[in-house]
Design a protein around this ligand. Structure first.
Ligand code: HEC
Ligand code: HEC
Ligand code: HEC
Ligand code: HEC
Ligand code: HEC
Ligand code: HEC
Ligand code: HEC
Ligand code: HEC
Length: 448
């Protein structure tokens, strides 16, 4: 063989190795590359299309005329069923009213709307509060998980110092309606019950006249603005005026609002929303000391701590915004994660095979990504079991659960191995040769 041939073959061989390395390492993330590598607009830029600023809400019936598929998907999802009109369709009531306790301060005949249907149902009753026509909540709620009535005193959970301790004086307008009725957040009018198209796409009268005059996708092209569309509701907060006007909760007597008043999709959410406070190591009303949730609708609060959020992964990378799959208790399994992650890729898991990563048999429940990375840490009501999965994603070690004085039941390993102690589970992990845990490092939280 001539030297030239040798050099050429050697070169070819080298190229093949290089290509091989690249091939193995091309993570499945490639389709998302534009999303991940784009310059972020930051937290303060307003991306709401100018033409939309003069638009008003038209309602989902209008959208259906031209967008059959999205309307069909949305209609079947829970977003369309959050608030349901009892007078229009009495079958929306899931509670057993024959079992309603005697000291209930409402009857089925008085209730106009149901709130929720999956985990619990509460009832809206017309009332004049503070001289205004409003709605109040019944003093019992239906717990669908155990099929029982449960006492419900909303003023205990929503701005205790800002409302009278009497649920007949507690208005849904300020405490709930911004997140449950379309249009209420920015107009103060219940344009349409439930979370309909314009809750996420903004008021659309101009778009209906001239489809080109509004480009919804452009306003959602930035991952931060996209996530904020969901954060407006799926993130616990405090009345923004506590920060901007330096007020105390009691200064907001009968006025405290529990939603980002004035926000519309595309606008910078940070100008309207003050997230519920959290400091690593401190347990609060809403969070365990590691940042995972104690209550439902905290997905945004948890997610902003995660590396996936910081890399530009959005809620809609995992959830279809119209169908809402994955839904609670109905995950799409490991496929939902493996469409981006792959073994040996640069984003991990860093082992070569499923079993090497999980140390459980491939067909074991202990090899399901969400069982270890999204343990159930939160509750839907004070008396419910832990059913809400965490959106913190980062793995919480048994030693961390112990150090942060969290209940063992919030730890992924312990949930399936209640016969073992947190210490022995931590030892298992050590034996598996997993990184030594010293302290949980949460990255800087940009959304403050
Ligand atoms: C008169 C027909 C019509 C009505 C009514 C209508 N749209 Fe559209 N919409 C269109 C057309 C045409 C397009 C552009 C073509 C396409 O991408 O499908 C469009 C595109 C969109 C897009 C995608 C924009 C993009 O940049 O890709 C969204 C989101 C949207 N419409 C939402 C809505 C919502 C929400 C409503 C109800 C408030 C609504 N539309 C009502 C005709 C309509
Ligand atoms: C929970 C928020 C939410 C609701 C409610 C919602 N959408 Fe969307 N919609 C989105 C997001 C986010 C996108 C962008 C999807 C993407 O880029 O992959 C989108 C995309 C679209 C598009 C562009 C085509 C597509 O499917 O990507 C149309 C058209 C549309 N929506 C119409 C509607 C209509 C009509 C309704 C009401 C029946 C509706 N949407 C309700 C969030 C929502
Ligand atoms: C205007 C408020 C609001 C917005 C905006 C919103 N949601 Fe929701 N979402 C809710 C409420 C309220 C429920 C509970 C609905 C029910 O139980 O009837 C819910 C339920 C869900 C569920 C659970 C569905 C199930 O079947 O269990 C998912 C998943 C979800 N939302 C994802 C999203 C995503 C992703 C976005 C952003 C694209 C978003 N939501 C935007 C208020 C909102
Ligand atoms: C900041 C937005 C926001 C406010 C304010 C809010 N909610 Fe919700 N609510 C949500 C979201 C998002 C969900 C669904 C996500 C979850 O449960 O994790 C939800 C879920 C619920 C559910 C469970 C639905 C089901 O199908 O089981 C009920 C009931 C409910 N809310 C009632 C209320 C009442 C009553 C108030 C006012 C006293 C209120 N909410 C205030 C956003 C909000
Ligand atoms: C990396 C993927 C991923 C991302 C990102 C993600 N989710 Fe989820 N989410 C899931 C999976 C998987 C489930 C279903 C778990 C189960 O089977 O109970 C879920 C469940 C939910 C539920 C139902 C919760 C319950 O138990 O009541 C809501 C609501 C939700 N997600 C909202 C969001 C919102 C809002 C965002 C953005 C802040 C988001 N998710 C981001 C994967 C994701
Ligand atoms: C759309 C793509 C995408 C999907 C879908 C996805 N991931 Fe990720 N994930 C990423 C990226 C990108 C990173 C960041 C990697 C890094 O920081 O090196 C990441 C990081 C992670 C991390 C480490 C982050 C941390 O803070 O500890 C975990 C754990 C994780 N993902 C779990 C999951 C699980 C579980 C699912 C399915 C429910 C999932 N991912 C779905 C893209 C995705
Ligand atoms: C039996 C529990 C368990 C299951 C199941 C599990 N993981 Fe992990 N995962 C871990 C632990 C423990 C770590 C922490 C490793 C560390 O800190 O060194 C981890 C870390 C990660 C990381 C961070 C990068 C790395 O390799 O350290 C990613 C990404 C990840 N897992 C994705 C997944 C995906 C995707 C699945 C489903 C295919 C999955 N995990 C299933 C326990 C699990
Ligand atoms: C969703 C349930 C589930 C989770 C989460 C889970 N395991 Fe397991 N584990 C199992 C099952 C089932 C087996 C039986 C063997 C198998 O399927 O691989 C098992 C087997 C084991 C074994 C070997 C048999 C034994 O009992 O000694 C150890 C050790 C173990 N798990 C430790 C852990 C640790 C540590 C974690 C957290 C990183 C964990 N498991 C998370 C379900 C789970």
């Amino acid at each position: 063989m001539t030297n030239l041939k040798k050099i050429f073959l050697g070169f070819l061989f080298l190229m093949l190795i290089v290509l091989g390395i690249i091939w193995v390492n091309i993570p499945k993330i490639t389709p998302y590359y534009t999303q991940l590598s784009k310059t972020r607009v930051g937290l303060n830029l307003d991306l709401q299309p100018k033409t939309q600023k003069e638009a008003h809400f038209v309602g989902s019936q209008k959208c259906k005329e031209c967008h059959e598929e999205e309307s069909h998907d949305w209609k079947a999802s829970l977003h369309s069923k959050m608030i349901q009109d009892i007078k229009k369709d009495p079958s929306v009531v899931i509670a057993d009213f024959t079992m309603l306790p005697e000291d209930a301060d409402f009857t089925l005949a008085q209730a106009v709307y149901t709130i929720g249907s999956k985990f619990k149902q509460r009832y809206m009753i017309p009332a004049v509060i503070n001289g205004e026509e409003d709605f109040r909540l019944g003093n019992y709620q239906w717990n669908e998980e155990n099929k029982k009535w449960q006492s419900f005193k909303p003023y205990k959970y929503w701005y205790k110092e800002a409302y009278p301790h009497d649920n007949k004086e507690f208005p849904t307008s300020n405490a709930c309606d911004g997140c449950h009725f379309t249009g209420y957040m920015s107009t103060g009018k219940r344009v349409e019950p439930s979370i309909s198209c314009e809750s996420c796409h903004g008021p659309a009268s101009k778009h209906v006249e001239d489809p080109d005059s509004i480009v919804f996708k452009a306003s959602l092209s930035d991952p931060i603005r996209t996530n904020e569309v969901c954060f407006q509701c799926h993130m616990r907060n405090r009345d923004k005026r506590i920060e901007t006007e330096n007020l105390k909760v009691k200064d907001l007597w009968m006025k405290a609002k529990d939603y980002p008043d004035g926000y519309e999709p595309g606008k910078p959410l940070i100008s309207y929303k003050l997230p519920a406070p959290f400091a690593l190591g401190e347990e609060t009303k809403e969070f365990w000391a590691n940042g995972s949730a104690k209550k439902n609708r905290t997905q945004g609060n948890e997610y902003i701590h995660d590396r996936m959020y910081q890399h530009g992964i959005t809620c809609i990378n995992c959830h279809d915004p119209h169908k809402l799959t994955n839904t609670a208790q109905k995950s799409e399994g490991n496929d939902a994660c493996m469409k981006c992650h792959s073994f040996g890729s640069i984003i991990g898991p860093h082992q070569d095979m499923l079993e090497e990563h999980t140390h459980h048999k491939a067909n074991s429940k202990g090899s399901l990504c969400i069982e270890c990375h999204m343990p159930k840490t939160a509750k839907h009501t004070g008396k419910s079991p832990l059913t809400v999965r965490s959106h913190l994603f980062t793995f919480t070690y048994p030693a961390q659960t112990k150090a942060y004085k969290m209940p063992p039941e919030t730890n992924a390993c312990y949930v399936c191995h209640k016969d073992k102690t947190l210490d022995s589970l931590q030892n298992n992990l050590k034996k598996w040769g997993r990184l030594e845990w010293e302290k949980l490092e949460l990255p800087d939280i940009h959304f403050k």
